[in-house]
Design a protein around this ligand. Sequence first.
Ligand code: LER
Ligand code: MN
Length: 284
Amino acid sequence: MPLALVVSLGATTFDAVAMQDGWAALDRVAVLGFDGVELAVRDPREVDGARLRDHCARLGLPVVAIGTGQAYLHEGLALAAPEAGIRRAASERLRQHIGLASILNAIPGAPPAGVQVIVGLIRGKAGEARARAETWLREGLRPVLDAAGEAGVGVVIEPVNRYETDFLNTVEETVAVIERMGPPHLGVLADTFHMNIEEASIEESLRRAAPYLRHVHVADSNRRAPGLGHLDFRRILETLQEVGYRGYLSAETLPYPDPEGAARQTVDYLRSLQAAISGRRRIS
Ligand code: LER
Ligand code: MN
């Protein structure tokens, strides 16, 4: 499975992003040996998509996904907000993200289902009214999915742990929404950090998500780079292989001990696990 690193194009208060110096980070991500990059983008209208596409193509670094959570964290945009104006603005912003994704989708090496636009924190919170929140989520996502279909890119909903939202914490809840809305342009993003908190079994939940699994975030139990906590990444990688996952493993980790150290640890550790797994396969 190819590896990507999450990079923020602008400064952010979100802490689990190893590098946040934008364009400068892209060159380092390529040099460190990642196969792709995931970009966290608050407002795509502030990004020169064509220039970014050409720059990444020159580096041989496909953009595999676009994170949108900064629109929630810094501006309060949310698909399930009680205020209709905020819901509309969140949906409109996600369409801007789809527009950027469709430009970046032209970089060679894009994922099989196209660049994935992530619905993480931008879904908002449900509060007392879970059913109403889902109705609003579906209303806001409908035009986003139409645009994604036309552009040949995807949208993924990410189950996020209970300390960050009360709405769609588990794979099961998220898959249920996707099945009610109907794929094909809507899938699941599985994040090992959130799964460690919410899922009874990470492996079983990956199997449950498999038909809809379009993107994976990797971070260890403490949100440091893989190998620096107590998650069993060997089993996680084996399970992903078994279920036929063909997308990227995108590292969304704390910059611990520092940005380069986190990135290096991710590449070294995951590549050595992958080599060990394929070595064992060849022998048996
Ligand atoms: C984002 O991918 C994430 O994992 C959340 O914690 C915040 O959106
Ligand atoms: Mn994540």
